[in-house]
Write a protein that binds this ligand. Structure first.
Ligand code: NAD
Length: 491
């Protein structure tokens, strides 16, 4: 039986009764079906969210009352982690330890935002000195309203929770639209949120295709904000739709992040972090450090070592022990990534390692870890987001050249630098035009620290206090001295 939509506190079938097959990317079998929502369902979900917001049933609770419910969500996610993690692996392909890691992070996110919202509510209102003694001005925060959250498939539960947890903590009502490729963990989240006691209509789930369910949601006049994570073209469409009704948007988009490796670092550590930076989650990571710049002194030895280590990676079904590289998420994504490799070949660029379906693995969307070296900087694979386990490694000769090459991108999400000279690391980190810079590592992500991109990688920041502020309107309340005299018209 197909999963259902969750609207106004009830699990319901989509009005047109359509479903989407869910394919396990490790064996290409259909193992479930999800509901395919259309514009009419999106309308019902937004209406429910609007009614719940306007009624005050959630936003008028205290931060502590909301916090207690959100901590219950954390507990219920952790109580079900085995089942949710297994579902995530079957749906997305990622190795089980990674899925467990994502789900623990997602569970923590609810508790974190519960605490942060409580702290914010407990803090005294910010007083503003307006420079006129008869006026008293202060700032208060209001939950922003109805949020449409549209998310991708690479971290299906976690990307949703980065929006759902702060939005609920702030007192907003929300309609979540996960990717049609990976929705199952979000269906589990809907059950948990319901069980934890979030009032009817405050959280709603629409599964379905982007154009059928996501577009009507992002265009709905009763939505106050669209919080989107996904590709640049879809982000741009969402922004255009938002412009029409002057709706707030936050966009977490793609990347082509650089990793600069200087010649004074330990090559083994460099290889380990390069691999984590691009092969983790099959390279389907927005912040993946997919462009590696290595100092010319160590370039040859590092590339050799990288190939040796890449060959040792166990590829297979994410549920099997010891697997570090699962299948890509879908046939479409698999063809897209292979297309980049074939395109490179057509430009005369061949990988120094990988680039093929692993020998003996006839089914599943598996691809060898793939390494290109000495790639021309105008090549498509150097410039565009591939979103697969494909890394391009180039050399540089000076710090200035490394920074210039690193910043020569239309994206600006992540970046990394490795050197034993920490002053140099700090200098380079500050010079990179990206929102997240790792020093002597790549990818570890913390709920407490801001996340988001420069340039085409997005608008706004998630996580940390920035992630919570996304879901408030800022209101000034300015009072005039009740005994004062204004004296403009009436002297
Ligand atoms: P996508 O843009 O194809 O889809 C994202 C979501 O938008 C899905 O739920 C999809 O159904 C929906 N959608 C598609 N068309 C739509 C439309 N016209 N209107 C409204 N919604 C629509 O992206 P994807 O392939 O699912 O995800 C991969 C992309 O996400 C990559 O570019 C990656 O870099 C990016 N990403 C960014 C971050 C970040 O934090 N910056 C995190 C994860 C992924």
């Amino acid at each position: 039986m197909a999963t259902q939509l969750f609207i106004n506190g009830e699990f319901v079938d989509p009005l047109q009764g359509q479903t989407i097959d869910v394919i396990n990317p490790a064996d290409e079998t259909v193992f479930a079906q999800i509901a395919a929502a259309t514009a009419e369902d999106a309308d019902l979900a937004v209406q429910a969210a609007r009614r719940s917001f306007d009624s005050g049933v959630w936003r008028n609770k205290s931060a502590q009352e909301r916090g207690a419910v959100l901590r219950k969500v954390t507990e219920l996610i952790m109580a079900n982690i085995d089942a949710i993690a297994e579902l995530e692996v079957k749906d997305n392909g990622k190795p089980l330890p990674e899925a467990r890691w994502d789900i623990e992070d997602a569970a923590f996110c609810f508790t974190y935002y519960a605490g942060l919202a409580e702290q914010m509510a407990a803090a005294p209102d910010e007083e503003i000195d307006v420079g006129e003694p008869r006026f008293h001005s202060k700032v208060v925060r209001d939950p922003l309203g109805v949020v449409a959250a549209i998310v991708p498939w690479n971290f299906p539960l976690l990307m949703a929770v980065w929006k759902v947890a702060p939005a609920l903590a702030a007192g907003c009502s929300i309609v979540l639209k996960p990717s049609e490729l990976c929705s199952l963990s979000c269906v589990e989240l809907a059950k948990i949120i319901h069980q934890a006691g979030v009032p009817d209509g405050v959280f709603n789930l629409l599964t379905g295709y982007g154009p059928d369910a996501g577009a009507p949601l992002s265009e709905h006049p009763l939505v106050d904000k669209v919080a989107f994570t996904g590709s640049v073209p879809t982000g741009s469409r969402i922004m255009q739709a938002a412009a029409k009704d002057v709706r707030t948007v936050s966009l977490e988009l793609g990347g082509k992040s650089p990793f600069i490796i200087f010649d004074d670092c330990d090559i083994e550590k460099a290889v380990e972090w390069i691999m984590f930076g691009i092969f983790w989650n099959q390279g389907q990571v927005c912040s993946a450090t997919s462009r590696v710049l290595v100092h010319e002194e160590i370039f040859e030895s590092l590339v050799v070592r990288l190939c040796i280590e890449a060959e040792k990676i166990t590829i297979g079904n994410g549920l099997d022990d010891g697997v570090l590289l699962g299948p890509l998420v879908s046939e479409g994504q698999y063809r897209k990534v292979l297309g980049f490799i074939e395109g490179a070949a057509a430009e005369g660029i061949e990988p120094v390692f990988g680039g093929e379906r692993p020998a003996g693995m006839e089914t599943g969307y598996f691809l060898e870890p793939t390494i290109f070296a000495d790639v021309p900087t105008d090549a498509t694979i150097w410039k565009e987001e591939i979103f697969g386990p494909v890394v391009c490694v180039n050399k540089f000769s000076s710090e200035e050249e490394a920074v210039r090459l690193a910043n020569d991108s239309e994206f600006g999400l992540g970046g990394a630098v490795m050197s034993d000279d920490l002053a140099r690391c700090d200098r380079v980190a500050r010079a990179l035009r990206s929102g997240i810079i790792w020093v002597n590592c790549s990818q570890p992500t913390f709920t407490q620290a801001p996340w988001g991109g420069y340039k085409k990688s997005g608008i706004g920041r998630e996580l940390g206090r920035w992630g919570l502020e996304n879901y408030f309107e800022v209101k000034q309340i300015t009072s005039f001295d009740k005994d004062g005299h204004w004296g403009w018209y009436i002297k």
